[in-house]
Every structure is written in C-alpha cells, then in structure tokens.
Ligand binder design. Structure first.
Ligand SMILES: NC(=O)c1ccc[n+]([C@@H]2O[C@H](COP(=O)([O-])OP(=O)(O)OC[C@H]3O[C@@H](n4cnc5c(N)ncnc54)[C@H](O)[C@@H]3O)[C@@H](O)[C@H]2O)c1
Length: 369
C-alpha cells in the first residue's frame, strides 16, 4: 500500500535590504507596520562589542514602542560561532519564555547574523529573523543570500541552513565605530565582488580605496549598493548553490582553510584576501588572468591593508590537509573557482564553475606564498 504525501510548495522568500544611516527608527516603524505580522515579542541577539553601541538603543526603542524585548549577548568574535553558543542562545530564549510567536533581531556583524539566523531557522521549527548589520563585511556578504551557519573544530560554516531574513538593514553609520582592521577585513569581500562580477566596482575601488578607509559617505554608500547588486545577481539565480553560487566562493578555498589553521587569529576577510591572492597566482599560470590583471588584484588587496602572503606561523602542511574540508571537494579531489580577468568568472561547462586542481599544484603555489 502506498500513501502519497503531496507537498508541492511555492515559496516567496523575497525581502528588502535597506541601505542608509541610523536605521533603527525605520526598523521600529516597519515592525509597527507588520513586517513580521502581528508578532510583538522580539529577541535581540548581539555580541559583547555591539551590545552597548547599537543593541541596547534598539531594545529601548522596541520597549518604547510597546513591544516585549529581550536581549541575548554572545562574546564578540569568530570563536563564538559554535554549536555550543547556538545552544546557549536557545536556552536563554527558552528561559525567557520565548515560543513560536517571537522574532529574532540579529544586531551585529557576520558572526551574529550567521548564528542568530541559524538559531531562528531551528527554534520552534523556524521563527522569523531580521538583520541589523553593523560591519562592512556583513553588509558586503554575510547579510545577503540566506546562508546561516556555525563553525566546527574541523572547519568553518559546516553546520547550517539556508534561511532568509524578513529584512536586512545596512546601517552605514555603524561602520564609523568599527576598528580599522575590521573595516579592512570587510573590504576583502568587496574586492572579491569586483573580481567576480563588476569591473566597474573594481575600478571604483582602485580609485577610491583610501577614501573608503577614511569613511567617505558617498564611497561607502556606493560599495554597499554594489556589493548587494553583485551578490544578489548570483543568489537570485542559484540560491542553493547548485552551480553558479560557487563563484561567491572565490578565494575561499584557501581562505577558509587558513582561517581555521590560524585558529581565527586571521579575520575572515584577511583569510579571504590571502585566498584571493592564491587563486590569481594559480589562475595566471592556467591562463585565466593576465599578469597585469593579477598584479592589479594583489595591488588592490595590499592597498586595502590586507595580507597577500601566508603568515610564517601557518603550518603549510596542515593548511593543505585542511583544503580537503572545502565543500567543493568531489570524490576526494580539490576544486577551485577562478576569476576570468577582472569582473567575470571562469565557467568550465554547463553550470560548472569550479575546476579540479591537483594537490601537488595547489601545494606548489602555497609553498611560494
Ligand atoms: N552567511 C554568509 O553568506 C557569510 C558570508 C561571508 C562571511 N560570513 C561570516 O561572517 C563572519 C565575519 O563577519 P564580520 O567580519 O562581520 O565578523 P564579526 O561579526 O565578528 O564582527 C567583527 C568584529 O567587529 C565588532 N563589531 C561589529 N560591529 C561593530 C561596530 N559597528 N562597531 C564596533 N565594533 C563592531 C564585533 O564585535 C567583532 O569583534 C564570519 O563568521 C564569516 O564566516 C558569512
């Protein structure tokens, strides 16, 4: 006997990304106007650095608007993006009496939005969440596209969900309080977006990188918008990474591995910067990018104050072993994505954007860096 459970679905996960300054009043207005239906209970998930700067003011505004608001704070930094910390957030929410009828507001950078989004996706089998993004890196990348995850001792982002937020607020004014090293780290993903999808963005960065680091209003708004545009164009076509979305992985094969091997001494963007430099070295030898354009990429990374070489404390043997934890690995073979000159990506067949690379070849490039 067979019973057919027909469960065809049409899902509309569309959402808006608001780019602007001091957006917390707009967030409250949106909630009053039904952004998440008739929910009146909110949990602001944040980290220890963002708590006083942006999360407490949001809490106060939620309460002043008549909503019930609680806050869960995790220690700042990548080391908090763990399954144990997700459990801590969940337990804190349960102790506060949260059920299905609440919404998470992730106030912070990519660590907060990744772990809070993952928590929202599984808490009571899924509650809505909103991102109030406070770093350039999160604005450039982590807030867009619905990937949520935690790290494991083996590698970063291994356990997670595709779970889209109800809305993203990119508050550019928050970048003013970001430590300079964090701002530079965020530029790595922005440079990546120029490399994969917009020669116009890449040229803009070449012309304005110093102004961006000084917080120039126009330049910051421009890169925020262009980051959304490049990432959205890819995610819209391939939300679940069946092919094209792999291009967003540019620089991340070596990047993610080196981030873990450094035990998070390297920030995510710093690790990605080294990964970008590694893929242009390989790409140049494979004929995918000219010497001149490869040099432009490494020059821009350096001008952003990001590393292009592997720090001496990194054990290169361990790094090569770690490359095998990459999600692009197929049949035990390493695969890399490559930029095609600047602003485009190499395509190796229908919907195939990664190429098998032998360990010996990868090791040779890594040894020279
Ligand atoms: N989901 C995705 O698609 C995606 C994409 C790219 C990166 N990521 C993830 O994003 C994370 C990196 O993001 P991140 O760089 O934002 O890290 P982060 O959240 O750790 O923030 C960086 C640091 O800046 C502090 N901070 C945040 N906002 C601040 C502000 N306005 N003023 C002062 N200090 C502030 C934080 O407390 C932290 O110490 C990594 O875990 C990475 O894996 C996810």
């Amino acid at each position: 006997m067979k019973f057919n459970c027909e469960l065809k679905k049409t899902v509309d996960d569309s959402y808006d990304i608001e780019i602007g300054r001091d957006l917390s009043d707009m967030l409250i207005e949106d909630l009053k106007n039904g952004l998440v239906g008739n929910i009146t209970r909110y949990v602001v998930v944040t980290d220890s650095n963002v708590q006083g700067l942006y999360a407490v003011p949001i809490m106060k505004k939620l309460e002043a608007a008549g909503f019930t608001a609680d806050m869960v704070v995790i220690p700042a930094g990548e080391r908090s993006k763990t399954r144990e910390m997700k459990e801590y957030i969940e337990d804190a929410m349960l102790e506060k009496g949260c059920h299905r009828d609440c919404c998470i507001i992730a106030a912070g950078g990519g660590v907060v939005s990744d772990i809070a989004g993952f928590t929202a996706g599984t808490f009571a089998r899924g509650i809505p969440f909103i991102i109030y993004s406070t770093t350039l890196l999160a604005a450039a990348d982590a807030s867009i596209g619905g990937k949520t995850a935690v790290d494991t001792p083996i590698a970063t982002n291994l356990i997670g969900l595709f779970y889209q937020p109800k809305k993203v607020y990119i508050d550019i004014n928050t970048w003013r309080t970001l430590p300079e090293r964090e701002l530079r780290s965020g530029l790595a993903e922005t440079i990546k977006h120029g490399c994969i999808g917009s020669v116009q963005l890449f040229r803009f960065l070449e012309e304005n990188i110093e102004k961006i680091l000084l917080g120039d209003d126009y330049c910051c708004e421009y890169i925020a918008k262009m980051n959304c545009e490049v990432k959205y164009k890819v995610v819209m076509k391939d939300e679940r990474e069946s092919g094209l979305r792999e291009v967003l992985n540019l620089g991340h094969t070596v990047g993610r591995a080196i981030e873990t091997v450094s035990d998070y001494e390297l920030l995510h963007g710093e690790a990605v910067a080294i990964g970008l430099a590694a893929q242009v070295q390989m790409g140049m030898r494979l004929g995918y990018i000219s010497l001149k354009n490869a040099q432009r990429v490494t020059d821009l990374i350096s001008r952003a104050g990001l590393p292009v070489a592997i720090p001496s404390y990194i054990d290169k043997k361990e790094l090569i072993e770690k490359l095998y934890t990459d999600k692009k690995v197929r049949g035990g073979k390493l695969r890399f994505v490559f930029q095609k000159e600047i602003g485009d990506m190499m395509c190796f067949g229908e919907n195939v954007y990664s190429k098998e690379i032998s360990e010996a070849y990868a090791a040779e490039i890594i040894e020279k860096m």
